[in-house]
Design a binder for this molecule. Structure first.
Ligand code: SF4
Length: 481
C-alpha cells in the first residue's frame, strides 16, 4: 500500500512463496491461477537465516565493526562471507589480508532471563574504543529480539557518547522471515535510516549505483564496470568492498541497478521514492540472454538505448563463435541447478546458450519475478522439477540421485559427493557474469564434464548422512500441502 513503509520482511509482499515441490509447467499454471499457497515442512533442516545476509552484505566495508547481539552460534555462518572477503582482498592485490571485525555479545541463559542490554553496551564501547571505526553495525538476533533488548535505544545513547562513529542498529532477527534475502532488506533499511537519513545531495553527472552482494567476484565487478563504462557511466560499486563515503554518495547517483535480482531490489524502490533515483531491476547478467536484458535495462534508464544496441551487436560478434565451440562440448547434457533466486534462474537461462537441458531447479523463493523466468524456461526446456527450498539438502540429494543429471551447477557440496560433475555458480572467486563470464563458466562446465574424476573418487570414499531408503522416497514428502 502506498505510504506504508516496507517492513524488511519479504513475506509481507503478496505472492511470495517458499516450500514447494513441483514442476516448471505446474508452478507456472498454479501461479497464474492464484493457486499457490504458503506451505511449510513437517521436517526441515536448518535454513539460512536473515542475520547472516545482513552481516554478509556489509562485511567488507572499510573501517567498520560488526556487533552481533546474540549467542555465539548465530555468527557461525559468517565464515562463508569472511572467506569471500579474504579472497576478494587477495584478488584486489591486497598483501596484508584482514578479517572483518566481528564481535558477539555472547548472550547466554542468564542474559535471556535478566536481559542482555548491559552486555551490548559494553561490547559496543569496547569495539569503538579498540578500533575507532567510522561505522558500527549492531545486529539483533532471535534471542535478543525475543527478550526485547532495545538495540535502537542503546545505539542512540552511544551515538551521543561516540559522535565520530555512526551507530547503525539492524533488525534482522532470524525468526522474522524464512526468506533469507530479507536480511539484505533489513541492512538497507538501516542504512537509509541511520546513514542517508533521507537527505538529498547534489547529483553527480553519469553516476550509477551498482549494488553487489558478497558473492560477486572481482572479475565480475570489473566486467560489470567495463560494461557500464562503455555506456559512459561512472560506477558507485556498493556495498561490497566499499566504504562509508561510497555509501553516502548513493543519493548523488542518477540511476541504480543491481547485479542480483534479490539484492537491493527493495532498496532501489526506496531510493526512487526518497531521492528520485530511477532504477533498473531485471535479471542477473549470467548468459547471453540475461546479460543483454540486464544491459538494456540500465541503458534505458540512463537514456543510452542506441549506444547499448551497438555495443551488444559487437559483443555478440566477439563471443558467439566461442559459444558455438562450447556448444559442441555441452549440447544435450542434462543439468540440475541450485543457487539463490537470481542465480538459479540466470544459470537456467545460460545453459540454453550451450544447448544443455534443464532437469531440475532449486531456488529459495517463488514470486512474480520468478514467474517471468519460469515462463521463459518452460518455452525452451521440457518438463523439469522445481524445488522451492531455503537450503534443505536432503531434498536436493534425493532429487539429484533420482534425476542423475550429467552436470550440477550451483552450491556443489552434496551433488559432488554423489559423484556428479559440479560447477560452483555462487563462486566469488571466478568470473561468471557478463559476456566474458559466460565463456569462463561454459569452459568450466565443459572441463568438469570431461574430467569428473575428483567427484567420482569423492563419492567412493564419502558417505552422505542419509539412509538408502530415503533415496526411494518422494523428495517432497515432508512439504505440507
Ligand atoms: S538469529 Fe536466530 S535463526 Fe539466525 S542464527 Fe541466530 S538463532 Fe538462528
Amino acid at each position: 500500500m502506498a505510504g506504508v513503509q516496507y517492513s524488511g520482511v519479504r513475506e509481507s509482499r503478496s505472492n511470495r512463496f517458499n516450500d514447494l515441490g513441483t514442476t516448471g509447467k505446474e508452478v507456472e499454471e498454479n501461479f497464474k491461477k492464484g493457486c499457490l499457497k504458503r506451505a511449510d515442512r513437517s521436517f526441515a533442516q536448518g535454513l539460512q537465516c536473515q542475520q547472516i545476509n545482513s552481516m554478509a552484505a556489509l562485511m567488507s566495508l572499510e573501517d567498520a565493526v560488526f556487533i552481533s547481539h546474540s549467542p555465539q552460534g548465530c555468527i557461525g555462518c559468517t565464515i562463508m562471507a569472511v572467506d569471500m572477503y579474504r579472497v576478494g582482498q587477495a584478488h584486489r592485490g591486497i598483501k596484508n589480508i584482514k578479517n572483518p571485525r566481528i564481535i558477539v555479545t555472547n548472550l547466554d541463559q542468564k542474559s535471556v532471563v535478566f536481559g542482555g542490554e548491559q552486555k551490548l553496551r559494553e561490547s559496543v564501547k569496547k569495539a569503538v574504543e579498540r578500533y575507532s571505526p567510522k561505522v558500527a553495525f549492531i545486529y539483533s538476533s532471535c534471542a535478543s529480539g525475543i527478550i526485547g533488548d532495545d538495540i535502537d535505544a542503546i545505539a542512540g545513547d552511544l551515538q551521543d557518547e561516540y559522535p565520530d562513529t555512526v551507530m547503525v542498529p539492524i533488525h534482522c532477527e532470524g525468526f522474522k522471515s524464512k526468506i533469507c534475502a530479507s536480511g539484505f532488506d533489513a541492512a538497507f533499511l538501516a542504512i537509509n535510516k541511520y546513514i542517508l537519513r533521507k537527505k538529498k545531495i547534489e547529483k553527480e553527472a553519469g553516476l550509477v549505483n551498482l549494488f553487489a552482494p558478497t558473492t560477486v567476484s572481482y572479475a565480475d565487478q570489473k566486467e560489470m564496470e567495463r560494461m557500464l563504462g562503455l555506456l559512459g557511466a561512472k560506477v558507485n560499486y556498493i556495498p561490497f568492498y566499499s566504504s562509508l563515503e561510497k555509501i553516502k554518495r548513493i543519493p548523488a547517483a542518477e540511476a541504480s541497478t543491481s547485479i542480483c535480482k534479490v539484492f537491493a531490489d527493495e532498496f532501489m524502490k526506496t531510493l526512487e521514492e526518497d531521492y528520485d533515483i530511477p532504477y533498473s531491476h531485471t535479471v542477473m547478467p549470467i548468459g547471453i540472454r540475461n546479460t543483454d536484458k540486464w544491459y538494456r535495462g540500465i541503458a534505458s534508464v540512463i537514456g543510452k538505448e542506441k549506444e547499448v544496441e551497438e555495443i551488444i551487436a559487437k559483443e555478440h560478434e566477439r563471443i558467439e563463435p566461442l559459444v558455438a565451440r562450447l556448444r559442441e562440448r555441452l549440447q544435450g547434457k542434462r543439468v540440475f541447478i541450485c543457487g539463490g533466486t537470481g542465480r538459479s534462474f540466470a544459470a537456467a537461462a545460460l545453459i540454453d546458450d550451450f544447448g544443455m537441458e534443464l532437469a531440475g531447479l532449486e531456488t529459495p523463493t517463488y514470486d512474480a519475478d520468478a514467474q517471468v523466468d519460469i515462463e521463459y524456461l518452460n518455452g525452451i526446456h521440457k518438463d523439469f522439477v522445481v524445488d522451492i527450498a531455503n537450503m534443505q539438502p536432503f531434498e536436493q540429494v534425493n532429487l539429484v540421485n533420482k534425476l542423475r543429471p550429467d552436470a550440477f551447477i550451483g552450491v556443489p557440496e552434496w551433488a559432488a559427493k554423489l559423484g556428479i560433475p559440479t560447477t560452483h555458480v555462487l563462486d566469488g572467486k571466478r568470473p561468471t557474469m557478463g559476456y566474458d563470464g559466460l565463456l569462463y563458466l561454459g569452459n568450466k562446465i565443459a572441463d568438469q564434464l570431461q574430467n569428473p574424476g575428483f567427484n567420482v573418487k569423492l563419492s567412493q570414499h564419502v558417505k552422505l548422512p542419509y539412509r538408502d531408503s530415503w533415496y526411494g522416497e518422494d523428495a517432497f514428502k515432508y512439504i505440507m500441502k
